[in-house]
Design a protein around this ligand. Structure first.
Ligand code: TYC
Length: 102
């Protein structure tokens, strides 16, 4: 009956799937050879940091060993990282960056 069924009917409701934006950190790693000015150039050109941000990130990596540059979707983080490492490598610099989930 209508009365006895109240609260017993299973609700088979379709849930709308909403993709969570999974973000990845790009991490700048220190080394002893890459010139400070080149690191700043890469942070400005590839990662679109302004001069003040680029200097802070470079100095933090220099002093602490590593610094988060920014966060991006996985494909963007990986493409920018590859381009930065390749640009350094072509000039003989051992600059390394890594990508990890946020
Ligand atoms: N340590 C380098 C030097 O003294 C500069 C540097 C800073 C290199 C940050 C890499 O991620 C880095 N020339």
């Amino acid at each position: 009956s209508a009365m006895s069924d109240i609260g017993l009917k299973p609700k088979l409701q379709q849930k709308t799937k909403v993709e969570k934006p999974k973000l990845y950190k790009v991490i700048l790693l220190n080394d002893d050879y890459t010139p400070r000015e080149f690191v700043v150039l890469i942070l400005k050109a590839e990662f679109r940091l302004d001069m003040a941000q680029a200097e802070v990130v470079m100095l933090t990596a220099h002093q602490k060993g590593a610094c988060v540059v920014s966060v991006y979707p996985k494909d963007v983080a990986e493409t920018k990282t590859t381009r930065a490492i390749d640009a350094a490598s072509k000039l003989g610099y051992p600059l390394q960056l890594s990508v990890e989930p946020e």
